[in-house]
Design a binder for this molecule. Structure first.
Ligand SMILES: [Zn+2]
Length: 567
């Protein structure tokens, strides 16, 4: 695709031809031109967000805007001057032109910020998920933002200088760009400082520097995490005194929902009944639950950590074992069953299954399965159940943008639906209809799960906890999907539904007062409660347990304590 650098040894005739069709530019000029192109093509979201609220008739707004534009340009000139040389400049720029074009498409279309957390999400997304995000409008965007510049880049011949001159020019460029950057920053220091203090996240809109920075940050964190084994937590975990007298098998099923937002949850007062089956069951609904993150990569590990959002430390969470390891150590049989992109390290080394591998008949196509597949073989499993078991079901849920692919046709009850992978092709009403239909299907999944457990309730004591990993934007404030930096994410991305159900035998054992729990449910809760609530429900004793974070603690006849069980 890219023209090789002409060598001095090429025959004169060939060189002349190549000269005629090529534009000769030094590396530094090429970098400057591409930087200017990115400034106008990919950095509009940054400039718009940074200048938001300023009056166009105010001259200082213009000078501030100009300073920001110069700053963005210089950042890219500096970065590229450090990385590019005569041989690498064209492949490097070519790659980054494509990266910037793709990034700017999603930033402009869905309002996403490419911070490390988002980048981690992108990098870990499986091919099937990514496929749904690629549509015609992306191809059109790529045509003029990537294909056209690549064509021009191909026509450029990089000027070759002797090393003393090349070095001098490069050093002068670096020093010059740095001087301009610092000078500009000083000239608008006051507004710039206040912007960066109040809207730190805006730096993740500077494209493609945001991608390079976030990628380096994720790679660095991953390398660090790989260098050290996961920190063992809850080494003292042991079964509580309640375990001794148990004769019946005990099972807790945690359904980890995907992208379900509280705002559209029927049980929590949404104008539409998106949870008709759950509404007819004796479940306990938690209408005010705050998620730990705004994307799966952040939320999932956080939901299974002893300390999540209240003292957030991504490195600590990713570098440590999870609730599953603590429970397993105490003797709970743990199984993770996945219908999405995996457990994100939460179930490392523990038994796990994938619905796509089980491939239940009639539920899968193109490697994607409907969530019903999570319940495959459940009745037989219940019949053979023994001991104390924890089953985690990780849903595909309301994973966007293709909400219409998340449910079978019989759940298309709210119509018309958005039947395109490209949300911009649909009206707000169509998008919400498809989204709500996907919630109806989760309602069906949970009702069927509860029915299976009820059918075995005379033999197995069971409980269901359902909670979504994060919410979703459905076009409010022109935002779509999820993954906005936590500090600025709207509530629809952070408020998630949570529901619990208990078989009569399950509540009898630790003396769980459901009326009390129903009262507690009306108050705010968070993902941070999950770890301790599940320790409480299993009656697993460990010094990690914090009763204040156990939603059921005050509602048990014999509250669990942090003391280790004897023996
Ligand atoms: Zn998610």
């Amino acid at each position: 695709m890219l023209l090789p650098t002409p060598m001095r040894s090429s025959p004169p005739q060939a060189r002349a031809t190549s000269r005629r069709r090529a534009l000769r530019l030094p590396v530094e000029v090429l970098v400057l031109i591409v930087g200017l192109f990115w400034l106008v093509s990919a950095n509009r979201p940054f400039l718009q967000a940074a200048l938001k609220g300023r009056d166009a008739s105010d001259p200082t707004a213009w000078s501030f805007g100009l300073a920001l534009a110069v700053g963005v340009l210089m950042v890219h000139v500096l970065l590229l001057s450090l990385l590019a040389n005569r041989w690498t400049v064209k492949p490097l720029l070519g790659t980054l032109i494509v990266v910037a074009a793709v990034a700017s498409f999603y930033m402009q279309q869905y309002g996403v910020y490419l911070d490390p957390s988002m980048l981690r999400n992108v990098v870990r997304t499986d091919v099937r998920e990514a496929g749904e995000l690629i549509g015609w409008s992306l191809l059109v965007h790529l045509l003029w933002q990537a294909a056209l510049p690549l064509l021009l880049l191909w026509r450029v011949e990089v000027v070759r200088w002797r090393w003393p001159r090349a070095t001098a020019v490069r050093v002068a460029t670096l020093v010059g760009a740095l001087a301009v950057l610092v000078g500009t920053a000083l000239a608008v220091f006051q507004p710039l400082a206040s912007l960066m203090r109040n809207h730190k996240e805006l730096r993740y809109l500077v494209t493609p520097a945001n991608v390079l920075w976030s990628l380096a940050s994720v790679a660095g964190a991953d390398a660090k995490a790989q260098a050290a084994p996961r920190r063992v937590i809850g080494e003292d975990a042991a079964p509580g005194p309640g375990w001794a007298g148990r004769t019946r098998p005990r099972l807790v099923v945690l359904v980890v929902g995907e992208t379900a937002r509280a705002a559209n949850w029927g049980l929590s007062g949404y104008a539409r009944q998106t949870t008709p089956q759950l509404a007819a069951l004796p479940v306990i609904n938690f209408p005010s639950v705050t998620a730990c993150g705004t994307n799966t990569e952040t939320s999932l590990p956080c939901m299974f950590a002893p300390v999540g959002r209240r003292d957030y430390d991504e490195g600590r969470i990713r570098g440590s074992q999870s609730l599953l390891h603590v429970l397993a150590r105490a003797g709970v049989g743990v199984t993770w069953r996945d219908n999405q992109s995996g457990c994100k390290g939460v179930c490392e080394g523990l038994p796990s299954q994938s619905v796509a591998e089980i491939a239940p008949h009639g539920l899968c196509s193109d490697g994607r399965c409907l969530d019903e597949g999570l319940l495959h073989g459940l009745p037989e499993m219940l019949r053979q159940l023994s001991g104390t078991q924890f089953l985690v079901l990780h849903q595909l849920g309301n994973h966007g943008p293709s909400y219409f692919r998340r449910y079978p046709p019989r759940f298309a009850r709210f119509t018309p639906t958005c039947d395109s992978d490209d949300l911009r092709q649909c009206s707000k009403e169509q998008i919400v209809n498809a989204y709500d239909n996907a919630l109806l299907y989760t309602d069906e999944l949970l009702a069927r799960l509860i029915a299976s457990l009820q059918a075995q309730a005379d033999r197995v004591d069971s409980a269901v906890v359902y909670v979504s990993d994060h919410g979703e934007s459905l076009g409010e404030s022109n935002l779509f999907l999820h993954g906005l930096p936590y500090a600025i994410a709207p509530d629809v991305q952070k408020q998630v539904p949570m529901v619990m159900w208990f078989s009569p035998g399950f509540t009898r054992d630790p003396g769980l007062d459901l009326a009390c729990l129903r009262q507690r449910a009306a108050e705010p809760a968070a993902h941070d409660h999950l770890f301790h609530t599940l320790l409480g429900l299993f009656d697993v004793r460990t010094a990690l347990y914090e009763p204040d974070w156990d939603l059921t603690h005050a509602c048990r006849a014999v509250p669990a304590t942090t003391t280790k069980a004897p023996g």
